[in-house]
Design a protein around this ligand. Sequence first.
Ligand code: ARG
Length: 456
Amino acid sequence: MAKLWGGRFQKSAEAWVDEFGASIGFDQQLVLEDIEGSVAHVTMLGAQGILPAEDVAKILEGLAQLKQRAEAGELEFSIANEDIHLNLEKMLIDLIGPVGGKLHTGRSRNDQVATDMHLFLKKRVPEVIGLIENFQKTIVKQAEQHVETIAPGYTHLQRAQPISFAHHLMVYFWQLQRDKERFSESMKRIDILPLGAGAMAGTTFPIDRLKSAELLGFADVYANSMDAVSDRDFIVEFLSNSALLMTHLSRFAEEIIIWSTDEFKFIELDDAFSTGSSIMPQKKNPDMAELIRGKAGRAFGNLMGLLTVLKGTPLTYNKDMQEDKEGMFDTMETVLGSLKIFEGMIRTMLVNTERLHSAVHSDFSNATELADYLATKGMPFREAHEVTGKLVFTCIQKGIYLLDLPLEEMKKESDLIDEDIYEVLAPEAAVRRRNSLGGTGFEQVKIQLAKANELL
Ligand code: ARG
């Protein structure tokens, strides 16, 4: 098949070579963005008197038809036409005749493809932001049910101090809040239009780039035509923000997986978000959480992939840049899917409050309370730590916990300990009294939830 750029060539590449160079297999996802960019471009060409009004009208009509057929899924793309840009241009010419060939006046595929990518992210990043916010609302709702649910808090995956379960859940709210901010801030750099940069040096036609930007709803245009066609940092930024989001989701997923085990049993996932085993009838596996944890890998890979593609390319456009697309599409799908699934999983999960309660009553996570108690009574904290450690050791030898230790045993280590120690050692009290700003005390958690609600 004759190439749209075939004039200079004496022979055509064989099909298998074309196939290697073609991007139509994946960049057809940009079909609507490409048409949208063309509509703006040709409208601007008309307004500038670069193309006569009747040509512009014909081209716009042709583009409108192609758009309709694209939305109906009726367009058939061909590898011989390499990519989405040449496929559409060829279809336009087939549809309205040689006048269709005027669309590409003052434009190159180099500024065209960069424009498509900007349009893609301009549309989809707000969807990501919306899904993050939706998930945050669900986290807040679960947390509101569990302000006074006492749970063990961990460091090193060892019991550390008792906490409000809501406090634990809300960690993920704040991580997502920062992710959301990062995506929102990146919109500023997505909102810059490369169109009008031409192949790399601008164009001799009296185009109006600001008019194109206005038509496409962009806040600004790239100030440097070479930068406009060679930069992919707005995609790197999207991939980087997504990788970090997936890190947060993956950590949360890991906790969901641990909490669902028989060993922990802190939560139970809804059947709708779990799967069974083909051999072991008793199994209920947290597959969705595991998949999200696993999918973080491809998000990291896509980020690393694009950074590597870009690092050695001389200015300006190089075909290497065609490799920017699959990773971006893949990460977009991964992030949108993971956020939707996670929201459902958290909305429907059951929290085993009894189990959390009994867990926190059968450990030494109230040991800090005893040390603080002694410190409050004037004992240097280092000494208080030592005394408490000895009492913990005594308990371990006896197979009991601090609350079970008789007062006379405690007094052997320090006279400062009185009957009131038992109230202090109660895990509920340990949580309630951690009322420092941002702490796990019930009052602080309520303040935190109010602050979160204000942000939603
Ligand atoms: N399919 C190409 C890409 O995705 C479009 C730009 C091609 N430009 C060129 N000069 N070969 O990067």
